[in-house]
Design a protein around this ligand. Sequence first.
Ligand code: F6R
Length: 606
Amino acid sequence: MCGIVGYNGNSNCFPFLISGLKSLEYRGYDSAGVAILTDSVVNLVKTQGKLDNLREAFAKAPLQGVLGIGHTRWATHGEPNDINAHPHKYGRVTVVHNGIIENYRELKEALMAKNHHFTSGTDTEILAHLVEEELNYGSEPLAAIWKTIGQIRGTWGIALLIDGYSHTLWCAKNGSPLILGQGTDESMIASDIPALLGATREMIFLEDGDVAQLDGPDIRIWEGPNVPVERAPQTIQWNPIMAEKGGYKHFMLKEIFEQPRSVADTIGERLHADTRTVTFSDFIFDPKRFDRVFLVACGTSYYASLIGKYLIESTARIPVEVDMASEFRYRNPLIGERDLLILISQSGETADTLAALALAKEKGATVLGIVNVLGSAIARKSDHTIYTHAGPEIGVASTKAFTAQVSVLVLIAIHMGIATGTLMGEALAELVGAMVRLPKQINKLLSQSAQINVIARRYSHAPAFLFIGRGINYPVALEGALKLKEISYVHAEGYPAGEMKHGPIALIDEELPVLAVAPEGSTSEKMVSNIEEVKSRRGKVIAIASQGDTNMGNLADDLFMVPRTHPLLQPILTVIPLQLFAYYTADIKGTDIDQPRNLAKSVTVE
Ligand code: F6R
């Protein structure tokens, strides 16, 4: 959460800072600010609210300079207002920060006893005070930064400027991402790749504990005081267009429509249709090594994990436990050396998922990360990583990352099923064949998106929705409800259809539409009964059914047909109309779809 940018070169830095912040705004949008060095002094412009407010404030008090830093905030300590907006300046030192300084209170009290006066309610301001204090004792800037780091606990991505140092930008990382961009005669920093793509594809991923000093294009990195370290630049394949809206009204809509490509890229060369095998560059499953699999994640990635349980258990016949990362870490899980922990995360940064990783490693488990963001913390810390090639996901509500995660889980399930000898012959051939057809089917489904828009309009006044599904489509119901809640602010609940009569059926009346995820399969007759139960209580049903299912057509009030596929692949198709339903409902309501209230894309705090 929170986005940081910095520029050090010979062009006016504001255009880079503002466009970088724009592409990081998904990380938080409570306030924003920039600090630019002019005539050896760092000046600030910062304001509550989104970047447009910052643009306006900057237009009234523009700054020119070739060295600057910027920040977009998701508030943790201190309410979102102008004063708490970053950057923070004390004495000569100006700082922006992503993360949490856990011991800031005690440090603040000690500094106040030395007559330091604090202006904000943030934990971040402490950093400027500590560095200034060390400078006052005569330390050089780099030493002052190391001494400050020696006193703080918590997580940080920090960028720092000092009055009088007209050529240097310092930064430090621990637990929050920070990437350096290497230009020809300039260097940049950012919390995430998209912010740098317009300037360079050569990027250096800082490690936890690193401090870096950028002097124009010269980058130096230390992994400890006086311990220089080389971190090789990587050439990033994502292109700037991928991080733009490309004519769509919102990133979310663009990302929904990218799914034929993102699923195809994720399957990529891992699935060998000719030999009916699946290989990964960084993972081979050895059934002799593992007794159990754990799938652990948060939010949408957790729902992908629930689908993963169905996939792995049905193809490889290995027991799978699924946990929300925030629960896993506090339940003293029985996990050990003979367990494989699969962590799923779009951002690769989620604090609870990272904590689950640390815990599982401590207990001797092997960790496989399924991650979208290159070089992210989970990717680096896992024993093995499989990337979802969804490309940058900017909309706060996750869409293409989910279908890419489920695609990877299908590949893992096939790979494991072959290894355990439980998936072979015709069953294997059918699954592989269906997987190959999937991207085209997603394309076909998306070509009928207008139907969903019509349905969404019809129900846009409903005060709440119930989403139901069974088996592998039950997590899809959960995901559909989550999408609707987070972007349209309408209450929605996902439920296993078979549980309706144990309580939620009491809610059913003409006012509560029920979205039934009901493609063909072993539980479709049961789904029909569940839908009948809703109908006989005058409930309205919108069904997601398989192409040609006339039965469902006669039963539901509204219907959206998805192409027929292998039952294990259905979630990748059935979730898409639900993503569109949430999108169109939110659009009708006029909410801020890409940046819904109170949310940020990567949740790097507990
Ligand atoms: C919902 C959403 C969140 C994330 C969750 C985990 O649309 O985006 O629920 O899925 O915060 O994030 P990652 O996958 O980055 O660990």
